[in-house]
Ligand binder design. Structure first.
Ligand code: ACK
Length: 324
């Protein structure tokens, strides 16, 4: 394929060991689009002769200076984080021509789409017509639906898989937190699914290093993931590992409801008022009491009362033991 981005200089990136020769990349179809630009599938032919499948993130053409700067910052953050099994790993980057971020390919795409297609499969099999955006409580008529779709249950997460996904995300976040990094946009759309249902956190290059005071205050605009944000992020623009824990609770809810949009039926402008007066999402159908208790603990008003990612992971270890 052709790279459409015109040749632009990349003042923010210096060549280093992560530098990839663009000639070694075979860029193929578009996997998806984001606010920043597009992600394409491709192949990287390594110096040692092996070819690996990769995802290639690139800016829209032509990028603004601010977009370019942010993208380069994302690349620098990815370079600085030592690899972890539950974070999408960096393969390299191109700096000479248009800037490209090359990461490992996760064959099953993002977790939100993965869950939503499982939901589609189940509702099709059950010949039900549920609006997945707006009707979350009827989403999880799980067991009944399973009886009807026995043949085609591959890629339909069972309760055990949901727990395993949750544990893997907690492991990745435990690691990011140990590096004093906050993600700020933890949601199923930013988690990828690989073969054998391995889960990897992506877009952590957009996260912020909070080494000095453990708090990041966001100033200025930009589109915000309101429905995933902690109360203190909504009211005071404060982001911490504990606000990532709140988002993690919302991510658990997304998983249990197979990709529903949080706070169904609640307009965004009413959300803050509701949360402030103590409202939290109710227990979804078929969500175990244990898992719901875990979500609720993530949504405690006082950030310090929320569990750490390590304790979340330990609780999930315990819940998963019941299945082995
Ligand atoms: O569901 P998807 O195909 O998975 O749509 C989104 C899209 O790009 C925008 O983020 C896909 N994507 C992003 N990174 C990767 C990756 N490393 N491997 C596979 N797909 C990816 C994502």
């Amino acid at each position: 394929a052709i790279i459409t981005a015109s040749t632009i200089s990349v003042p923010y990136l210096k060549p280093d060991k992560w530098d990839i020769d663009i000639q070694r990349l075979l860029i193929k179809d578009v996997l998806g689009q984001g606010a920043f630009g597009i992600v394409r599938r491709g192949w990287y032919s390594k110096e040692n002769g092996t070819d690996i499948e990769v995802a290639i993130k690139m800016l829209r053409d032509p990028p603004t200076n601010e977009e370019l700067k942010q993208f380069c910052q994302e690349i620098e953050i990815m370079k600085s984080v030592p690899p972890h099994p539950h974070l999408v790993s960096l393969v390299g980057c191109v700096v000479k021509e248009a800037p490209l971020l090359v990461v490992e390919y996760c064959s099953k795409g993002d977790l939100q789409s993965y869950l939503r297609s499982a939901y589609e499969k189940i509702s099709k099999a059950a010949m039900m017509n549920i609006d997945s955006e707006n009707n979350s409580t009827s989403v999880y008529a799980f067991n009944k639906l399973y009886d009807m779709s026995q043949e085609d249950t591959e890629d339909i997460p069972q309760h055990k898989d949901v727990l395993s996904f949750a544990r893997q995300v907690a492991l990745g976040m435990e690691y990011l937190a140990s590096l004093k990094m906050i993600h700020r946009d933890l949601a199923t759309r930013n988690v990828l699914v690989c073969d054998r249902n391995t889960i990897k956190i992506s877009d952590f290059g957009l996260s912020r290093d909070v080494y000095y005071n453990n708090v990041y205050c966001k100033l200025g605009g930009g589109k915000l993931p309101i429905r995933w944000m902690a109360l203190e992020s909504l009211t005071h623009q404060v982001y911490t590992t504990q606000s990532d824990v709140w988002s993690y609770g919302v991510l658990l809810w997304e998983m249990v409801t197979l990709g529903s949009t949080p706070y169904p039926g609640v307009p965004t402008h009413e959300l803050l008022g509701m949360l402030n007066s103590g409202y939290r999402m109710p227990q979804p159908d078929n969500c175990s009491d244990e898992l719901y208790a875990l979500m609720r603990s993530c949504w405690k008003e006082d950030p310090k009362s929320r569990p750490s990612f390590s304790s979340l992971r330990e609780t999930l270890d315990g819940l998963l033991e019941g299945y082995s």
